[in-house]
Design a protein around this ligand. Sequence first.
Ligand code: C2O
Ligand code: CU
Ligand code: CU
Length: 503
Amino acid sequence: MSRLKRALVALAALAVAFVLTLGGGALWLYSDAEVSTAGAVFTRELAVPPLAESRVDSDGTRVFDLTMQAGETEFRTGMKTPTWGFNGDHLGPTLRAKRGEKVGVRIRNTLGEESTVHWHGMHLPARMDGGPHQMVAPGGTWTPRWTVDQPAATLWYHPHPHGSTEKHVQRGLAGMFLLDDATSARLPLPKKYGVDDLPVVVQDVRFDGEKFDHGHRFMANSGFLGDRTMVNGTLDPYKEVGDELVRLRLLNASTARVYHFGFSDDRRFSLVGTDGGLLEKAVAMDRVQLSPGERAEIVVRMEPGERTVLRSHPQKNYGDFWQTRFNGGDDTFDVLELRAAKSLRPSPPVPATLGELELPDGSDSARTRFFGLRMSGINGRPMAMDRIDETVTRGTAETWTVRNEDGVPHNFHVHDVQFRVLAVDGRRPPPELRGAKDTAFVPGGTTVKLAMRFTGPADPDTPYMYHCHLLAHEDRGMMGQFVVVEKGQRAGTVRTAPSHAGH
Ligand code: C2O
Ligand code: CU
Ligand code: CU
């Protein structure tokens, strides 16, 4: 062979080797991207967050105390992980109040950095919302007050500091806020907290030695994805139950992961509630999908002595092939094992009719708005703290169309209101989107149409947020601001409340 020929052959061999390595690498990355904890062994008893204590003020306000604090948590025997919590080392107590009640929460920030506490799903004045304009300084306090004026529901609370929400939630700042009303009190649904009515706060985690690993996985553009899940801060949790019917209040408190809940034996359950409260009618289902921030209340029937596992199954509507694989759409998690006692207390059947939806149906919308979702921002603009993007008139209903424009998994959350999902890609939404919602999944290629009513109060200077609840996206600016004004009034200048140090 000539010198040239030999050189060409060597070059070709190199090229082949290069392509093979690349291909092999891609294949390895692709198959490595799938995570499954199916078949997990459940070794720890599920922790149930305590109900927060409260006192009633002279003016009838129910007042809670929440202290944001740093600590450490022994998720695994002998290993202490640095964590944050409310009134404890990790997560927070369950707050509970009734419709019509005046509530106040005295928040103390003992962390080394500023943060906020937002009431996700709550209808309340913008100044009390706990968004990025209501920062609480280190060592500071903040005491929002409002009157609960919405149906019974499973809401939650978490920090909302612009740019670092993912980190604050991941470290453990999250808790449930349950609302009750006359309907929920009357209905014979399971309601013994921690017994047959269980808070199920689901988060995915990954550990790096003793510490949490907050790193984003290669190619995962949805944000942080863990390699295992915990419920109420318990890894590999089981719960012994003693009633025929058990109600699970599912909260996806993960920062980027979407779950597709069902059971390991594919048993059916009754879906009774969504983000903003009870459905009109219970629906028999075997799967319910929840993206970050969303909730579902389900009731599952147990036979004496049996066990079943709440499992998150792979999902079909996650966008394209690559987005699905690299953002967790193919993953499986065994989340929580339910262990039924040898004999079970009888439960009344799930009532066929539940709540009443207090939601507009789109027919009286005063106007429509469009929101295009991209990683780079909503409607082409990243969040700006001093810019009001939308101005809505108090008392009016509106229709908002939200479209995923970049194929990356997103969802859409609106503060202050609950909305009705009118359509998903022009079709009637699935049952889990037919109740009151404040957050909806908007995977690649999807358009959702939402109807909501803004009942105020008006405050032209203090905005509420709408945003993607995949927290890494929110942090980088997939968020916008709206104000509620009186008819004919214009948006003002954004006012950021100074946080108060000391008492
Ligand atoms: Cu759960 Cu704006 O947040
Ligand atoms: Cu919210
Ligand atoms: Cu997003």
